[in-house]
Design a protein around this ligand. Structure first.
Ligand SMILES: NC(=O)C1=CN([C@@H]2O[C@H](COP(=O)(O)OP(=O)(O)OC[C@H]3O[C@@H](n4cnc5c(N)ncnc54)[C@H](OP(=O)(O)O)[C@@H]3O)[C@@H](O)[C@H]2O)[C@@H](O)CC1
Ligand SMILES: Nc1ncnc2c1ncn2[C@@H]1O[C@H](COP(=O)(O)OP(=O)(O)O)[C@@H](O)[C@H]1O
Ligand SMILES: [K+]
Length: 461
């Protein structure tokens, strides 16, 4: 996993102060990284339009123009006259090299957005809104320097934002790049080294970006085993049995030795899944909430009192009783609407879905502060997993997963690993990665995935 920071300016200041680098060295690395990318990827006859603001983001762009000049057909568009010392210096250099400055935007082969970086501090005016809208309308290959202009430090878009194919982020990953809103704007995200190794540039972090290698699949190493070796998951069925069936299939395919659906009357379910009125004696984990509907508090309380690891999902986030059971045995998998109910039940906040979606990191942190031992997975375009005041971002998911039943697959995968003895945070991270990486392997039309397709891909990870 990689470190992610709310802000990077203090890290830049630190390398200047502690390791005697200069702003200029950092900037040369910033512009050089984009230069090398363009040099490798594009033919020399391409036109490149670099759109520069007045601060150091614009300065990066002017330095990039200098590096690209004579290699490509480079043109600079100045949005606002250079204001920072570095912008003034880079402007002077670009001018002295006779790089062409243009006064009209045009559909270049490549556009590099260097209007605003981390310094965006107020609403965009009409001119800049129109300018970004024009850039977005062009069919060019679009690059963003540090962050697409228009996305603020919270990852919110107040008016409009540049829609890039790739974002080169300087020095360290920023949380603003991983808001759900930003996901349609950042494109691929490439981390740029600013002159010292990232382990030196970056200090300790409490937010992390998950990578494929963080996924630990439940491979079976010992030959001398039996079904009981791999746990017995009990899924508490509710009114909508379909949700439990999907979860049970996902759990079985992900290695649980036995899976039982606990239901009050006999149901028509998959052959290899067991059913029972009671929780099994040899149960090793419980999943509850998927398709739950109404349940008597007394019945719910009996289940919650059982000392097994549990996944809480879906309808259970509307049951006030659960707040008494949010301990280290519990994994919570709410989507945003369920999470605002949980925030209300736990007296953390009474907010709208919009307020949550604009501030996902903030509310996950608030929840974590009150319940540090519970594992939380907040669903979304970028999934946030949290425990012990640390947040782990899974950014691999895509819109193929926006289907009823995708969440039931996820709860089944997590519960399966809990049943097999994984510790709750590790189970949640590995299952979430399996869920999203499996969805990426689905190659049919992106509107057509169903839970069974997803489970099939989980089997082939
Ligand atoms: N520090 C380093 O060592 C390194 C930094 N690097 C680079 O620097 C970038 C940060 O640079 P930065 O701090 O100069 O801010 P930046 O994003 O250029 O914008 C600030 C200017 O924009 C203006 N402005 C803001 N909002 C506005 C609005 N809505 N509408 C209109 N104007 C608005 C604002 O105006 P003011 O507040 O002064 O009125 C100010 O003048 C960072 O993202 C990275 O790319 C890298 O090279 C690595 C080394
Ligand atoms: N646009 C998207 N990008 C990434 N992941 C998504 C997207 N839409 C949905 N998902 C994922 O799909 C799952 C949907 O779960 P949920 O809404 O609970 O569905 P259900 O309860 O019907 O199974 C979550 O894991 C969510 O993160
Ligand atoms: K930018």
């Amino acid at each position: 996993m990689k470190k992610v920071f709310d802000e990077v300016a203090s890290l830049e200041k630190r390398v200047v102060k502690d390791f005697f680098l200069s702003e200029e060295i950092l900037m040369e690395h910033a512009s050089n990284s984009i230069f090398n990318y363009i040099l490798k990827k594009f033919r020399k006859n391409k036109t490149i339009l670099i759109v520069c603001g007045c601060g150091n983001n614009g300065a990066d762009g002017l330095a990039l123009a200098r590096l690209l000049h004579k290699n490509f057909n480079v043109k600079i568009y100045i949005v606002k006259e250079p204001k920072s010392a570095m912008a003034k210096l880079q402007y002077k250099r670009a001018k002295s090299l006779n790089i062409e400055f243009v006064h009209n935007l045009f559909e270049a082969d490549i556009i590099v957005d260097c209007i605003f970086g981390t310094g965006l501090n107020k609403k965009l005016d009409e001119n800049i809104i129109n300018l970004i809208a024009s850039l977005n309308s062009f069919n060019s290959f679009k690059i963003a320097c540090d962050i697409p202009s228009g996305i603020d430090i919270y990852g919110q878009i107040i008016n409009i934002a540049y829609k890039s194919d790739i974002t080169f982020t300087m020095g360290a990953y920023k949380t603003s790049l991983f808001s759900d809103t930003a996901k349609d704007y950042v494109g691929d995200i490439k981390l740029v080294n600013l002159g010292v190794h990232k382990d030196i540039f970056q200090i300790d972090a409490d937010i992390f970006l998950l990578e494929k290698k963080d996924m630990v699949l439940p491979f079976r190493n010992n030959k001398n085993s039996h079904k009981g070796t791999f746990g017995h998951l009990n899924i508490i069925a509710g009114e909508k049995i379909g949700a439990s069936i999907i979860s049970s299939k996902a759990a079985f395919s992900f290695g649980a030795g036995l899976v039982t659906i606990v239901c009050s009357k006999e149901q028509n379910i998959t052959e290899y899944i067991m059913q029972s009125r009671n929780i099994a004696q040899n149960c090793t984990a419980i999943a509850i909430g998927m398709g739950l509907g109404e349940i008597y508090d007394k019945n719910l309380e009996e289940i919650l009192e059982l000392n097994f690891p549990k996944v809480f999902d879906a309808d259970i986030f509307y049951k006030p009783l659960i707040v008494n059971y949010l301990d280290e045995n519990i994994v919570l998998t709410p989507h945003p609407k369920e999470f605002i109910s949980l925030l209300k039940l736990t007296n953390i906040a009474d907010i709208s879905i919009e307020e949550l979606q604009n501030n996902r990191f903030l509310y996950v942190k608030k929840f974590c502060k009150k319940y540090p031992k519970t594992t939380l997975l907040l669903k979304g375009a970028n999934v946030l997993i949290a425990k012990d005041n640390k947040i782990y971002i899974n950014s691999y998911g895509t819109q193929v997963l926006s289907k009823g039943g995708s969440g039931d697959v996820l709860s089944g995968l997590i519960a399966s690993l809990l049943a097999q003895g994984y510790e709750p945070l590790n189970a949640t991270i590995s299952a979430s990665l399996a869920h999203t990486l499996a969805s990426k392997k689905y190659k049919k039309n992106n509107y057509s995935l169903n839970p069974n397709d997803l489970i099939k891909k989980v089997k082939k990870l």
